[in-house]
Design a protein around this ligand. Structure first.
Ligand code: SAM
Length: 389
């Protein structure tokens, strides 16, 4: 347990980069109209705030974000509520907050998130709330995650409610038990709680029916459970939207964990999509640097040029794919926005591409004479109506 937070694991880079990208626009946008420009963030599985080597954990990052929000021309008051079960980590977190949280509103709650969540939801009742749930093992039951939404009304003018959860690939271990001749019912029941019912057993077995499933089957089964989980969370949250991001070290590897983001706000979906795309870019850069370490590339920084070239290739591929899909949709003859047809236009590129790719794809389609719509100067390309030429 003591070595757990020694140094940042590569798997943490993506979730931290996404948080890093997302918290500022969340605070800025949702705090514009909130009471006293207040915004709350709950970090439900907080850890010690900083790793032993000094790198930022979510705690130190959120403190930095809250200071930045307070220093805006039109300041936002970001109130931070940390929950951490382990006494030693909570004590270290307290030191980080004392040193780096001067002037901010923060609470440190030692104990189980289940125990502290209700009162924290109460404290944030009237203001926008972002909850980050990042366990190292199994997450609290779906009922409890959904409770974040249940007592907070949605709709026009209501304070935003959003969650980002890390659904770890632990599911694979438990799911695998279903394929064994003697599954341990008590373990399966734990996942029933996490998933809000037994439905996940069928979802798993549909993709992994045999006693000796392949890796691909297990990955497909895991994704089916994650998608089922997101669907149930959307339903329980009263019409929320979700993004699912599978975090893989490389495209050809199985996911290490899944991030699920849920919001009732379309703008939240759009901005989170941008943050996810930028987070993935930082994650690819991190891996390119890591791969170059101890090679000739690493010594003189040549890896960065090689990485930039690879990014250009990816950008071109994504723009071409988007342009092709837009052309297909335009051929149907009706004006539409990307927001109205996310599955058709984005598909597997959801959370991967962002505004810059949309702009270039729309430009391409326009140059090919397929649309009359000019994206120049338009900020919100998700909502831009594309007119068939
Ligand atoms: C993956 S780490 C957190 C990392 C941190 N959120 C970050 O992004 O830097 C998970 C933490 O949750 C704590 N934890 C585990 N179960 C918990 C529970 N039921 N309630 C609150 N904290 C818990 C663990 O002690 C551990 O420090």
């Amino acid at each position: 347990m003591t070595s757990f937070h020694k140094t940042k694991k590569s798997a943490a880079v993506l979730k931290h980069e996404i948080l890093n990208q997302y918290i500022s626009p969340f605070a800025s946008k949702t705090g514009l109209w909130s009471q006293g420009h207040r915004v709350a963030v709950i970090d439900g599985y907080a850890g010690p705030g900083r790793y032993e080597d000094g790198k930022e954990g979510s705690g130190a990052m959120l403190l930095r974000k809250a200071h930045q929000a307070a220093a805006m021309n039109s300041p936002r008051q970001v109130e931070l509520h940390f929950v951490e079960k382990e006494a030693a980590f909570a004590a270290r977190l307290r030191e980080v907050v004392v040193a780096e949280g001067v002037g901010l509103t923060c609470t440190i709650n030692q104990g189980e998130i289940s125990q502290h969540l209700p009162k924290l939801l109460d404290a944030a009742k009237a203001i926008p709330l972002f909850t980050y749930l990042d366990p190292c093992g199994l997450i609290i039951p779906l009922d409890e995650v959904a409770s974040i939404f249940v007592d907070r009304p949605g709709g026009q003018g209501a304070p935003a409610t959003e969650v980002l959860i890390n659904l770890t690939a632990h599911l694979r271990r438990f799911g695998g038990m279903l394929n064994s001749p003697n599954p341990v019912e008590a373990s399966l029941k734990r996942i029933d709680g996490v998933c809000g019912g037994e439905w996940w057993r069928d979802a798993w077995l549909e993709k992994c029916p045999s006693q000796d499933p392949s890796d691909d089957e297990k990955t497909a089964a895991e994704l089916a459970v994650v998608e089922g989980y997101a669907a149930r969370l959307r339903e329980r949250a009263g019409g929320a939207g979700t993004w699912i991001i599978d975090v893989r070290p490389r495209a050809d590897r199985k996911p290490l964990y899944y991030l699920i983001f849920a919001t009732r706000n379309v703008n939240g979906m759009v901005v989170f999509g941008e943050s996810a795309s930028l987070g993935l870019k930082a994650w690819r850069k991190y891996h390119a640097e890591l791969a170059a370490e101890d090679t000739l590339f690493g010594a003189d920084g040549a890896w960065e040029e090689a990485w930039k070239d690879q990014e250009k290739v990816l950008d071109r591929q994504w723009i071409d794919t988007l342009a092709e899909r837009l052309t297909g949709e335009l051929a149907k003859g009706e004006p539409f926005s990307i927001l109205q047809r996310p599955a058709e236009v984005l598909g597997d590129l959801a959370g991967v591409v962002r505004g810059t790719h949309f702009r270039k794809a729309i430009d391409k389609v326009r140059n090919e004479g397929k649309t009359t719509t000019d994206p120049k100067g338009v900020n919100d390309l998700w909502s831009l109506k594309l007119m068939p030429a």
